[in-house]
Design a protein. Sequence first.
Length: 124
Amino acid sequence: MPAFIRLLSQQIPYEEACRRLGVDYKTIANWAKKIRLWLLQLDPSGRWEAKVRLGIKTRAHIQCPRCGAEGEKQFLGGSDHRGRRLICSTCNTTFSVRDAERLTQQRVRLEVLYDPGKIDIDPA
């Protein structure tokens, strides 16, 4: 359980948490729901529950530094030395978030696509 608690603040998919901990998807989803409910009981303002990022999926919105297309870009993963990578669906160019922010002189806007904590939490 301590290893699971350390994963709660990380924005990784449930599948990755399952792989790291060696447990099944249903267990991770159940533990995350129970922890979120417990945090809401301890702090009804939701301040601490909002720090649980496990399972949250986001989409990035920024101008492509190559073709200039505005809008949603998809994450490709990360690189140790260059940071998270994005791909432009218009020109299929891949670039790092850092490079895009530097070249376009704007910040990446992240939109929450899926938050398991905001979907009908069943206390059972």
